[in-house]
Design a binder for this molecule. Structure first.
Ligand SMILES: Cc1cc2nc3c(=O)[nH]c(=O)nc-3n(C[C@H](O)[C@H](O)[C@H](O)COP(=O)(O)OP(=O)(O)OC[C@H]3O[C@@H](n4cnc5c(N)ncnc54)[C@H](O)[C@@H]3O)c2cc1C
Length: 332
């Protein structure tokens, strides 16, 4: 039996553990286009602020070093899935056959909707991004955060705590788009105001000038300008499923799966931020972004790949909650 998992985030990792528990002798291959086998993505901010990494990260590392019997293919993208051949094609041209496949590819950002023309910009999605930002942050004094949501809030927090001069500019519809339980747009605005932070809502950058290759002047549509050494974007994100186009696997906004996380091919599953899961209660197919939900779905997918019939009942309460949700405004 060969299980192939695409993606080594919360969902992929949880599925891996569950398959190993239920089918200790099965062959498992886990593929990621990131180089790091596993890390806690929501803690990238901690890493940037030089705070001690939380206990969970150390546990994860220790657990990983004891993992045997699993093939990790890191730093390689899956370009194509061919479900009729039970095979995936990697960017290096290799093909892998599977008995069961899990798509756990998370989301990708859409920086192009915000990216200032002709200037360098950064995002914070991966550990590689965090390393880049950490290096840049050594020398800069001022930072423009452009975008919205918890990403923009997190970036503003990071650079504020690092002692930089930060301006958060949120285009219309970006400031606080999601319904985070217990955290309203007004809560966020009040918090930032109380800290005397520079936040401009419903402002679009209309032009950015590269002053000398190191410093940028951004003009917004209200006629204000801001000079910064670093531009960091917090764009919208969407499931990373473009590589499934033309595969025959049904997709909508995410990979469409039933309550057992099966796609229209019974040996192909999807879990985590990339999955659009049929909700038995509402009769709708929903995407539940967030670490906790991805882990829970990974467990269910792993169980079902190992021959069980577990189900997922999507729940709003899981949405970006446990790790940072309620603490979003408490850790400044
Ligand atoms: C800075 C930051 C802070 C966050 N804070 C919180 C928080 O406080 N609370 C919370 O609940 N959530 C938070 N999140 C979101 C949380 O990290 C995600 O919801 C969670 O990681 C989703 O897990 P996943 O396994 O579905 O996908 P991911 O963790 O995104 O993992 C997907 C993996 O698949 C790989 N991949 C994608 N496509 C391919 C391909 N074609 N070939 C090979 N590999 C591929 C990706 O590189 C990635 O490693 C945060 C995210 C970020 C970036």
């Amino acid at each position: 039996m060969h299980h192939v998992i695409i993606g080594c985030g919360a969902a992929g990792r949880a599925a891996l553990n569950r398959i190993r528990r239920d089918e200790p002798n099965a062959k498992i291959t886990i593929i990621s286009d990131e180089l790091d086998p596993f890390y806690l993505r929501p803690y990238l901010g901690y890493f940037l602020i030089n705070e001690r990494l939380p206990e969970a990260q150390q546990l994860a590392d220790a657990e990983l070093s004891e993992t045997t019997g699993v093939d990790f293919i890191m730093g390689v993208r899956v370009n194509r899935v061919m479900p009729k051949e039970n095979a995936v094609e990697l960017a290096n041209g290799k093909k892998l056959n599977y008995n069961f496949l899990l798509v756990a590819t998370g989301t990708r950002f859409w920086p192009q909707e915000l990216a200032p023309e002709g200037t360098q910009y950064y995002t914070l999605k991966t550990k590689a991004d965090a390393l880049r930002l950490k290096r840049e942050a050594e020398t800069v004094e001022s930072v423009l955060v452009y975008g919205g949501g918890y990403q923009a809030l997190e970036l503003t927090r990071i650079f504020h705590l690092k002692g930089k001069k930060v301006r958060w500019l949120a285009p219309p519809g970006f400031f606080w788009p999601r319904q985070l339980p217990g955290v309203t747009a007004l809560d966020v605005k009040n918090k930032l105001d109380a800290l005397n932070l520079d936040v401009r809502i419903n402002r679009r950058v209309v032009q950015t000038l590269d002053l000398d290759g190191k410093r940028y002047r951004s003009f917004d549509d209200a006629g204000d300008s801001f000079d910064s050494d670093l531009i960091v974007l917090a764009p919208h994100e969407a499931p990373r499923i473009d590589f499934l186009l033309g595969s025959g696997i049904h997709i909508d906004r995410g990979v469409l799966v039933n309550e057992e996380l099966k796609t229209n091919f019974p040996n192909v599953f999807a879990a985590g931020d990339c999955a659009q899961v049929f909700d038995l209660n509402s009769g709708q197919s929903v995407i539940n972004f967030g670490w906790k939900s991805a882990s829970k779905q990974g467990i269910v997918a792993g169980e079902n790949m190992a021959g069980n019939n577990s189900v997922v009942i999507p729940s709003q309460d899981e949405f970006v909650l446990d790790l940072m949700g309620k603490r979003l405004l408490e850790r400044w």
